[in-house]
Design a binder for this molecule. Structure first.
Ligand SMILES: NC(=O)c1ccc[n+]([C@@H]2O[C@H](COP(=O)([O-])OP(=O)(O)OC[C@H]3O[C@@H](n4cnc5c(N)ncnc54)[C@H](OP(=O)(O)O)[C@@H]3O)[C@@H](O)[C@H]2O)c1
Length: 345
């Protein structure tokens, strides 16, 4: 059995990791950390886990942590992860980091958007953990930088077109909407019921921290640097992201070509489901699952393509993708433990 540690098990992504690992046949949770809830069972913090996961949360000193598991998920805020991850790696553990600390390959760019980096020497060994793009590299690494939730939805929506050179890479606009769990479980005014319910707002327009991560990965696919317009919105739902991505098609590109490129790119990808022509995905059709559903429309009137993608931000956007990466790093079948049928309605 692979021994699993979750650092930050009292957060939303930590809970999802515990939930998914509880039904993984090759892995068992041996340590789960929390400062606030140390001494309590995880099922007292998350009653949905009652009888399924009964591990006690602990505030374990960093020096003692590494010996308690073989692979760690660090489900803590950015800036916190960069102090923990190097110590776990140095002790010989594998790490899937859910924060942004190792996602941006240029430390200077990271520091422009976040804050000073205390372990920039580890960035080069981190593999960006989007299995659909980086499967072979993920298999060979000890450190995966698990992608952000918005980036997962936008990169998977756009990758086939950029790789095949069907769109003008300077014209990408991503308009994304997220459920409130995307902000984590901390008590924030912006996440209060009255601030979120019965309304809909844009936030961090043109300045959201996921922007450099998205541009980095789309630039690699296009084989040249690019910029995008990215506008996130907050939805009054608990979980789910829907991204609508617009781009201008190159002259002469038609719907048949676009369809062939998507079908070819995702033919063998179990977790990416293409919607039948003329139909579009919805967050409730992927809820609780590791699927990313994608639908698109070639708008010949405007010369643009409109792509709609949905994920569960806590699963394909975080914990599910992290377990998919764990499976690749540890030689398990890629989908092991991730066979959940989406919860609908
Ligand atoms: N929510 C999403 O949809 C989502 C998606 C993709 C990626 N992520 C990323 O995943 C990470 C976790 O997100 P989340 O939504 O699960 O956050 P969260 O609900 O706020 O949970 C954060 C966790 O980190 C622990 N923590 C906070 N500060 C710490 C510190 N200084 N030292 C040790 N532990 C600390 C907290 O536990 P205690 O305070 O009890 O110690 C808690 O368990 C973040 O980096 C986030 O950006 C989140």
């Amino acid at each position: 059995m692979l021994r699993i540690g979750i650092v930050g098990a009292s957060g939303y992504t930590g809970e999802e990791l515990a939930r998914i690992i509880s039904s993984h046949p090759g892995a068992e949770l041996t340590v789960a950390t929390s400062r606030q809830f140390a001494g309590k069972k995880i099922s007292e913090v998350f009653p949905n886990l009652r009888g399924m996961v009964e591990i006690t949360l602990e505030n374990v000193a960093l020096d003692e942590l590494a010996e308690r598991a073989d692979l760690f998920f660090t489900a803590v805020p950015h800036q916190t992860a960069m102090d923990i991850v190097p110590k776990l790696l140095a002790a010989g553990c594998k790490v899937v980091d859910l924060s942004a600390d190792f996602r941006i390959s240029d430390a200077k760019v990271y520091e422009e958007w976040y804050q000073a980096h205390s372990a920039p020497e580890y960035i080069a060994q981190a593999v960006y953990g989007l299995p659909e793009l980086n499967r072979e590299k993920i298999k060979a690494t000890s450190l995966v930088a698990n992608p952000g939730c918005y980036p997962t939805s936008i990169i998977l929506a756009t990758a086939p077109l950029l790789k095949a050179g069907l769109i003008d890479a300077t014209t990408i606009i991503a308009d994304s909407k997220s459920g409130t769990s995307g902000a984590g479980r901390a008590a924030l005014v912006g996440s209060l019921f009255c601030e979120v319910n019965d309304g809909f707002r844009a936030y961090k327009v043109g300045e959201h921290r996921h922007t450099p991560e998205i541009e980095q990965e789309l630039g690699l696919l296009a084989d040249k640097p690019l910029t995008i317009s990215f506008t996130p919105h907050l939805l009054p739902i608990s979980r789910g992201i829907l991204s609508t991505v617009y781009a201008s098609l190159k002259d002469g590109v038609d719907a048949d070509q676009v369809t062939a490129v998507y079908e070819d790119f995702y033919r063998d990808e179990y977790f990416v489901r293409l919607c039948p022509a003329g139909t579009y995905p919805a967050t409730q059709y992927v809820r609780g699952s590791n699927f990313c559903d994608i639908g698109f429309k070639v708008d010949s009137r405007t010369g643009r393509i409109v792509i709609v993608s949905v994920i569960d931000n806590l699963v394909k956007g975080a914990a599910g993708q992290a377990v998919q990466n764990m499976n690749l790093m540890c030689g398990f079948p890629e989908g092991l433990g991730l066979g959940v049928v989406p919860l609908f309605p």
